[in-house]
Design a protein around this ligand. Sequence first.
Ligand code: UGA
Length: 455
Amino acid sequence: SGAPKPRLTFVGCGYLGATYAICFAELGYEVLGIDVDSDKIAKLSGGEVPFHEPGLDELLRSNLAAGRLAFTTSFNEAAEFGDVHFICVGTPQRNDGMSADLSYVEQAVSKLAAALPRKALIVGKSTVPAGTATWVQQLVAKHADPDLAVEVAWSPEFLQEGHAMEDVLRPNRLVLAYQSAWAGGMLYAAHKGVFDLAAAEEREVPVVTCDFATAELVKVAANSFLATKISFINAMAEICEVTGADVTLLARAIGHDPRIGQRYLQAGIGFGGGCLPKDIRAFQARAQELGAGESLRFLHEVDLINQRRRNRVLKLAAHLLDRSFGPAGPDLSGARIAVLGATFKPNTDDVRDAPALAVTTLLANAGADVHVYDPAGMDNARTVLPDVTYHTSIAEALPDADLVCVLTEWTEFRNADPTALAHLPAQQVVIDGRNCLDAALWTAAGWQYHGMGRP
Ligand code: UGA
C-alpha cells in the first residue's frame, strides 16, 4: 500500500497473455497487452476474447471500460508504457516433433528490449527449455541500451484452460526467480494484487523463490508429473481391460490414499491440448541435449501409452460393429458413427492435439460416416478436420447412428437423458471415451454401455 503500482505489459496475447492482461487489470493494475497479430488486437480492443474461456469476456469489457486495460501491436508503445513486461508468447513444437521453437520469444524480447526508453523488468512466463532465461538475458544485453540496466526475471505459470481466471487470480503457488533486490521488489509489486486478494480472503499464496534453472524446470516438471499420472491410470485401464477389473473403482480406491490423491486419475482417451503433449516432448529433447536423456526416458513411455488410448476406441468400435481388424486397421465403411465432443477437454474451444479429434480422424479414415457435435469447438474442429459432418446439437448428431462415441466430458453430455436419446440412433450402443456417463443409468435406458478400462 502507498507505493504506486508498476504498469504492466503482457507480450503475446494468446491464451496465457490475454488472460493475464485481463485478470491483472481486474486486480487494479494499468495494463497493456501487445501482440503482432492485428486481428487479435482488434478483437480484444473491441471487447471480444478470441477464444472460449468462461467469464473472461465480461471481465475484458469491464476493464476496457474502466480504462485500465488496452491493447496494441506497437512495441514502442509497450516499451514506453510498461515498468514490468511479461513475455507470454508461444513456444510451439518444432518440425522435429520434439523440441521447442523459441523464435517468438527471441522476436518479442529483441524488439521490446531495443525499444525500452528506461529501466524495466522483463519477466519470462512462456514454457521454455532449461537455459532460456540466461539466453534471454544475453538477448537483452545485445538489444537494450546498456545504460538502462534492464533486468530479467522468470515466473512460470500454471493456468488450466477452462479454469484460467481462477488460476491467475488465485494461484496455488507463485514461482519467482530474480537476480537483484530491485528485480525482486518489482516482481512483488507486480503481484501485490494477487497477495492482497489472498489476504482479503484469508488465504496465503505460497511463494517459491529460486534460480532461473529451477523456475524453468518447475513448469515442465509439473506438466510431466500430471501427464505421467494420467498415463499411469490409462496403463491400469489397459490392465483392467484384460482382467475384467474396473479402472474407475481402482482409481477411487488408490486415490483415497492422500499420498496419491483423487485428481488426474481419470482414465479415458488420454491427454491432449497445447501443453502436456508438447511439453513432455520438449523436455525429453532438452534432457537429451544436456546428456541426461536417460533420466526422462519414461516420458517416452508416457507418450506411447497416451497414443495407444486413441487406438483403443477404434478397436472397440470395430469390435462392436462386428468388423475385422486387418493389418491396415479396420474397415468401418457403411457404419454411421455419432461423435460427441471435439475439444481436448470441456469448457474450452481448443482442439489442439485433442484426443477427441484424433479418434474422430481414425474413425473417418477407417471409412466410417462420422457425425460430430461439440458445444464450443466446432469452428476450430472444422478447420482441422473438414471432411466429417458437423451438427449443432446432440439430437441432430445421433439419428441413424450405429454407434455413439462420447469423447469429451462436457456437462451437456453427462446430463443428457439416455432415455430421451434412445430412440434416435439405429442401435443403442455407446462408447464412453471419458468414463463420464452414468453407466447404470444408460444401461437401464436400454443402451449397451462401454467405458474405458471397465468391464
Ligand atoms: C495443463 C496443466 O494442467 C496446467 O497446470 C498448465 O499450466 C498448462 O497445461 C500449461 O502448460 O499451460 P491444460 O492444458 O489446460 O493445463 O489441460 P489439463 O486440464 O491439464 O488437461 C490436459 C489433458 O489431460 C486434457 O486432454 C484432459 O482431458 C486430460 N486429462 C486430465 C485426463 O485424460 N485425465 C485426467 O485425469 C485429467
